[in-house]
Design a protein around this ligand. Sequence first.
Ligand code: G3H
Ligand code: 13P
Ligand code: ZN
Length: 330
Amino acid sequence: MISYKDLGLVNSREIFKKAIENQYAIPAFNFNNMEQMQAIIQACVETKSPVILQVSSGARKYANQTLLRYMAQGAVEYAKELGVNIPIVLHLDHGDTFELCKSCVEYGFSSVMIDGSHHPYNENVALTAKVVEYAHKYDVTVEGELGVLAGVEDEVSAEHHTYTQPEEVEDFVKKTGVDSLAISIGTSHGANKFKPEQCVRNEQGILIPPPLRFDILEAIEKRIPGFPIVLHGASSVPQDLVAVINKYGGALKDAVGIPEEQLRRAATSAVCKINIDSDGRIAMTAAVREVFATKPSEFDPRKYLGPARDKLKELYKHKIANVLGSNNRV
Ligand code: G3H
Ligand code: 13P
Ligand code: ZN
C-alpha cells in the first residue's frame, strides 16, 4: 500500500472548495507519456494553477500503472524544481470496477472516478458507495457520475445524451457519499462531439454546436448547493489546429467541440473540474504533422515531440488563463 500523501500529492477536497468559492475550475488533463507530463507541469507552474493529472484505463494499459505513478511523483518534484509547489492530484479517469479503483488507491492515486453511469440507478448507487467506503479509509476522494454523455465513454458507446436528472442528484450524493459528481449537460468525448446536422454553419463554414443545457446545471446546483460538479468531454476542438492537421495530410472531418465561452460560464458555477484530453491530442498531432511535412529529413523524435510538447503547453496555458480561470491560485 502506497499512500499518495507520501508522494507529495493531494486529494481534490480542498482545491474544489476553493474553486467553487472563487468561481473557477481546476484543469483535469489526461496524460500517458513524458512530453504530456512536462507540458502540463510547465504550464501549471508558469500560470500558478493547481492541476489534476488524469489516468484513464486506456492510459494505464498503454503506459503501465507503476510508471505513471512514478511520473506523478516526479511531477511533484519537477514543479518544486521549477519554483512553485502547485497542488497536484493523481486521478483515475473513468474507473469502471471496484477492483480497478481499489488498485489505484493502493498504488498511490489520490482521487478516483467510479463511472457507474451506464448501470441502472440503484446499481450505480451501490457500486459508487462501495468505492467511496473503501477510498475514504485512505482519504482518497471519489468522483461519481449521473447521466450518460453521447459518444464513446471508454469502451461503452452512447448514441445519445441521457442528461442528468436533477431529481436524482440529492439522493445519489447522500446515498453514496461521493466527493464530486460528473454530470451530462450536452458535452461529449472526442473530436466530433456533434453530428453536422445537429449544428448550424456560420459564414466561414464552421460548425456551431447546440448550447450546453445550463438550465439543467442550474437545477442541479439548486438541489445540491456548493457541491463540486465535474464536466467531462469539455474539449473545444480548436479549429485553427484542426486546419493545421488537415493542411498537412490529416483527415479530421466535421470536428467540433464545446465553445470556450460556454466552458468559461460553466467554470464560474459549481463546475470545479473540467476534463480536457482531445484538445491536447489535436495540438500534439498538429505540431507533429507540421514537422513531418515541412522537415521530411528529421528522424530524431525530440525534433517532433519537442514541438508537440511546446504546442501542448501553449494550449494548456491558454485554457488555464482564459477558460478555467485557475491561474494565480497557488
Ligand atoms: O474520457 C476519456 C479520455 O479522453 C481518455 O481517453 O480512454 O482513450 O485514454 P482514452
Ligand atoms: P474530451 O474528449 O472532450 O477532451 O474529454 C476528456 C474527458 O472527459 C476525459 O475524461
Ligand atoms: Zn471523460
